[in-house]
Design a protein around this ligand. Structure first.
Ligand SMILES: [Fe+2]
Length: 199
């Protein structure tokens, strides 16, 4: 690798947030979504090298930009409504999902530390037992601080996409299924524009 440029940079804190909420339709759509995932095209991920340490029994990351997958066609309206509402509450007009995929973990599966693209990343806990390990995230402005958001089945966790995070190893025989997605925020909403014009 080429030598890194010597740079002089001053870092100042710019606070952001992570958000945890419940998908209102979780109980109504859980089984149908799981049934559709049973029929989905998937692959198994096993990666272990200097950077990656992943073992995921079923995922369809390769098709994350294909919005014609049957489970995506069923699920998208629910997550889109949620993201639009959340984005508006945060001062934006809406959200545009770039990528969406599922991951199913079985005993001893894990997903090592990594980041995503787009503005925000989301995790929907579709099938998540009380004993399932929770997502761990690293505070971007203090990488010595690990945060474990308080999620349960039906929760949607949102955080900035550059946030380092992982899914710790499962230590039991209970399957865990999450739907992950990356999205960009869609313009500033009018209330926010009016407010910030007065600053
Ligand atoms: Fe991730």
């Amino acid at each position: 690798m080429k030598d890194l440029l010597m740079i002089d940079v001053k870092l100042s804190k710019l606070e952001s947030y992570y958000a945890v909420g419940q998908l209102p339709d979780h109980e109504n759509i859980k089984q149908k979504t799981l049934d559709l995932l049973d029929d989905a095209v998937y692959f198994k991920l096993k990666a272990k090298d200097d950077y990656y340490d992943d073992s995921i029994s079923k995922l369809d990351w390769d098709d994350a930009r294909d919005f014609e997958r049957p489970w995506v066609k069923f699920f998208m309206p629910y997550i889109q409504d949620y993201l639009n509402a959340l984005s508006f509450a945060l001062g934006y007009q809406g959200a545009i999902v770039d990528e969406i995929w599922f991951q199913q973990y079985k005993n001893l599966d894990s997903h090592g530390w990594h980041t995503h693209g787009s503005n925000f990343t989301g995790v929907y806990y579709l099938e998540f037992n009380e004993q399932s390990p929770k997502t761990e995230i690293i505070e971007p402005s203090n990488q010595n601080r690990k945060i474990i958001p308080d999620v349960k089945e039906g929760s949607i966790l949102i955080f900035p996409s550059y946030t380092i995070h992982r899914a710790p190893q499962i230590q039991n025989d209970i399957r865990k299924t999450i739907i992950s997605f990356n999205y960009v925020i869609d313009y500033i909403n009018k209330d926010t524009t009016q407010k910030i014009n007065c600053l």
